[in-house]
Design a protein. Structure first.
Length: 86
């Protein structure tokens, strides 16, 4: 099927890359792709603004190193659920 062919093409192309960038939302929605690529290092830029759940969703079984880059003095994450903002 076309979707399977597109996925196989994505994996083949991305395996040749040294660095792959995406948002944590894209990483969460593409967990199958991340598992297939088996990255050993995940770098999260502006980590102080990202919810922990989004970072956890970006990890795979192959993750050996998680590098969080951010300034704790900058903006805090803004949860969509009011009760989580407390």
């Amino acid at each position: 099927d076309l979707q399977g062919a597109n996925y196989a093409t994505d994996v083949r192309i991305l395996r040749g890359a040294q660095v792959i960038g995406m948002t944590t939302t894209a990483a969460a929605t593409n967990q199958r792709l991340i598992a297939a690529l088996a990255p050993s290092v995940i770098v999260v830029e502006e980590a102080a603004e990202v919810l922990e759940a989004h970072i956890l969703a970006s990890l795979s079984e192959s993750t050996e190193h998680l590098i969080l880059i951010g300034d704790h003095e900058q903006l805090r994450p803004k949860p969509d659920v009011y009760s989580l903002q407390k």
